[in-house]
Design a binder for this molecule. Sequence first.
Ligand code: SF4
Ligand code: SF4
Length: 315
Amino acid sequence: MLDKIAITRLIRDYLMKEAGMDLVGFCPASALSEEPEGYRPNDILKCAKSVIVFGRRLLNGAVQAQMRRLEDGDKARYAESIYSTYGLELVPNWTMGLSTFYLADYVENMLGRTPQPLGCGPEMGTLPKNTPTPMFTGPNKDGLCMNIAHAAIAAGIAQPSWSNFPVTKEFGPRIQFGCLLTDLELVYTEPDDGPRLCNPETCHVCSDKCPMHALPAKDSGEKTQWRIAGRSYEVSKHDVNACYVATLGLREEFAGIQKRGNLVSTMTPKHEDIVEAMKNFSISNSNLDHFPKCFCNACQIYCPLGNWDKIFGER
Ligand code: SF4
Ligand code: SF4
């Protein structure tokens, strides 16, 4: 009979060596007890004791492609398919989905315990809808069942940031996380209580780069609190509806190759404006995700954390 130290090591080794993850952490299900009702680990898996969180960095080349598209516009319009395929939607989400599935299979068949693999990205949602957990792989309202970004913070492999993305010292916000709930008892990694990586008093890159002013600057006073693992974190009051306009290309200036018209007319849309716009949104027939969400993420792409200068500065 393996003890929890050995099982934790087995799972970590599997994720790091076999599944190619860059970061792995573990927290108790109770660390997320302050999430909204219906989105807590035990709402999804009654017997959940532990949350396993794992992250794979985004490919620098895919990030690079999105920079070209954001900076060069139509001249680099086909770069959108690179970022969509390798950076945000197709490959990262399917790969993460498969890794999560195989980990669940391992926990169920080899360890004889109960796993609950969580959906982990835009490909896992279908129609956009409003939920209290809009942020995961991007600021989209995808109906995700749990806030995996918060789980990554609870498990100590990421910190909160002003832009609402979970950030890491290794990769900044340019990382995707997957998650599995289980009734296994594991050895937990503590939240990172060290100095905050993100200091919005001195850095305003995400607020400055946001084309929809969806991330108010720190001195605006527009902020919100996250409660995770008994701690409080201050982050910007992200305007999800405004963000949605850019990420989904609901106006021509944001849309990529396939223009859909100006479906939203205001810079401060309400939920009803987004619902109305989506009624007139022509779905993509050239993308597995019929609602491509790859048209912005400037806040993630340009955040200086994670050695941005060294990797992208002289591109
Ligand atoms: S994804 Fe774009 S629109 Fe949304 S918050 Fe980030 S920079 Fe702003
Ligand atoms: S761009 Fe700057 S303020 Fe925004 S999340 Fe990154 S470090 Fe924080």
